[in-house]
Design a protein around this ligand. Structure first.
Ligand SMILES: Cc1cc2nc3c(=O)[nH]c(=O)nc-3n(C[C@H](O)[C@H](O)[C@H](O)COP(=O)(O)OP(=O)(O)OC[C@H]3O[C@@H](n4cnc5c(N)ncnc54)[C@H](O)[C@@H]3O)c2cc1C
Length: 402
């Protein structure tokens, strides 16, 4: 059994790994090293309750002391030397028997906007705390990017009474995640909430008090919030010899093991091969940072005692709360999959299903949590479904089994 496990990154994936190690009976030392100075916290509330001042913070409800987990916060890892089994940190080298990389992701910055007063990102508690008074002032806000974060921020800003314009370079919201026919009804949600959505809108320049678009328009902006995506926070691994992928993510195998001995990777910073979907997945959602750590902990413990390693092959899941709607997605779809609607997308509740050879591979449920729960089980089991039955929104989704 390894005696010293070191986890880098004290976000959801790092904390859950440490907790799972204890839950699964690991008795050696567990050290959690995190760059942020705050008590480890959960991110989803940052774009929701925390932003609106409905919650002070979102610290994890974990008793680190009682679990005998050593926290080293406000400390950045600078590199790894796998051959020496050592992690380099600002405070010097830290030896490990097993190392877990859980450094998450960092937001992509808008070129040219850095350092311009009033430009914000939304990834950390500090970001949310800086944005809270901005919302309270009910100013003109421009959001760059109509992705998940952009939509959630716009929702909160409208609720706070701000004038909100969302600019999106693509022809629709969520262009990277959903096909045009699915995203189309979601575009209307912006106007319903009193926000202006401008698609095909590229930012030319940001200057204090305004955003200039490439069509010459000038949008007044007391604040600008940039939500154009995130990339794995792995720059610090350069030179470590650990394999990184095209998006800078740590390339893990189906046991969440990296290319270096005794080094695992989990959460937003890592991709893994999905046996279920036949492709490598890089998932930037909360549930992946909850599920993956259990596999990592099992494999750290199991490797030492010669157990067959556990395989990580989840049905990915995430949710988003935007414009008064609860949006949930499970699975993973590809362009070639057939889409099938349950319910009217102009209405308040509907579901889109993606089918491959009459099996459900993914679904997006808006205000239909029961569809999501039942669909997720059908995906997990790979149950064949009857598309005609599936298309009837009055029928429970689980009754669509062929
Ligand atoms: C505002 C917001 C809202 C979200 N809402 C939802 C939602 O509604 N639903 C959903 O499914 N998902 C949501 N997500 C995504 C979800 O929060 C992430 O998928 C999840 O936090 C990933 O956890 P993680 O531990 O892998 O990474 P992170 O949460 O990014 O944690 C990584 C930690 O590692 C630290 N770190 C980085 N580099 C180093 C280093 N070199 N040394 C030491 N520490 C380092 C970072 O500071 C960070 O604290 C949201 C994300 C954000 C930002």
């Amino acid at each position: 059994m390894p005696r010293r496990v070191v986890v880098v990154g004290a976000g959801m994936a790092g904390v859950q790994t440490a907790v799972a190690l204890r839950e699964q009976g690991f008795t050696g030392t567990v050290t959690l090293i995190g760059a942020e100075p705050h008590q480890p916290y959960d991110r989803p509330p940052l774009s929701k309750a925390v932003l609106l001042g409905k919650a002070e913070g979102s610290a994890f409800d974990v008793d680190f002391e009682a679990l005998d987990l050593e926290l080293q916060l406000g400390r950045e890892a600078l590199g790894v030397r796998p051959a020496d089994h050592e992690l380099d940190t600002e405070a010097g080298p830290v030896p490990y028997d097993a190392l877990v990389l859980a450094t998450g992701a960092e937001p992509i910055r808008l070129p040219g906007a850095e350092g311009v007063p009033g430009v914000h990102l939304l990834r950390t508690l500090d970001d949310a705390e800086r944005l809270r008074p901005v919302l309270a002032r009910q100013h003109d806000i421009v959001v760059v990017g109509a992705g998940w974060i952009g939509a959630e921020f716009a929702t909160a800003a409208r609720e706070a009474g701000c004038a909100v314009t969302v600019v999106e370079a693509a022809d629709r919201p969520l262009a990277g995640a959903l096909p045009a026919e699915v995203a189309a009804p979601m575009a209307a949600w912006y106007a319903d909430a009193g926000a202006v959505l401008r698609t095909h809108a590229r930012v030319e320049r940001v200057e204090p008090g305004a955003v200039l678009l490439d069509d010459g328009s000038r949008l007044p902006a007391d604040a600008v919030v940039v939500g154009i995506g995130a990339r794995p926070a792995t720059g610090w691994l350069a030179g470590s010899g650990i394999d990184l992928g095209a998006h800078g993510e740590v390339v893990a195998d189906h046991h969440l093991h990296t290319s270096a001995p005794d080094v695992y990777a989990v959460g937003d910073c890592a991709s893994f091969p999905s046996g279920r979907y036949g492709e490598r997945l890089l998932v930037h959602h909360w549930d992946n940072a909850l599920q993956g750590p259990r596999t990592v902990a099992a494999n750290i413990i199991g490797e030492a005692v010669g157990e067959a390693p556990a395989v990580y092959d989840p049905v990915p899941y995430f949710w988003s709360e935007q414009f008064g709607r609860f949006v949930q997605y499970a699975g993973h779809h590809a362009c070639a999959d057939t889409t099938l609607w349950r319910g009217d997308p102009a209405g308040p509740a509907w579901t889109v299903c993606w089918l491959r050879e009459n099996r459900l591979v993914a679904l997006l449920a808006v205000g239909r949590p029961r569809d999501l729960a039942q669909g997720r089980r059908l995906i997990e089991a790979g149950t064949p479904v009857d598309p005609r039955l599936l298309a009837d929104p009055a029928r429970p989704l689980k009754a669509a089994k062929a």
